[in-house]
Design a protein around this ligand. Structure first.
Ligand code: ZN
Length: 69
């Protein structure tokens, strides 16, 4: 199922957590934050992005946080 969003709308949307732009994940039907340190994926329901941090999925699980020096 493809994400069907108005490109103009997508261009003004930013991650509510870190204010980064999104990329569209058509397979997962999600908007994914392009900030690698944030990388939250927000669901799109009925072509409406749900930009709530509580609803977002953390996609960083395979990438451990950088170790402190
Ligand atoms: Zn973000």
């Amino acid at each position: 199922m493809a994400v069907n969003l108005d490109p103009d709308l997508l261009s003004i949307l930013v991650c509510p957590k870190c204010r980064s732009e999104f990329r569209v994940d058509d397979e997962a039907n999600e908007l994914v934050c392009t900030n690698a340190a944030c990388a939250l994926a927000y669901p799109v329901r009925d072509d409406i992005p749900v930009l709530l941090i509580d609803e977002a999925r953390d996609t960083r699980e395979q990438q451990p946080e950088a170790a402190e020096n």
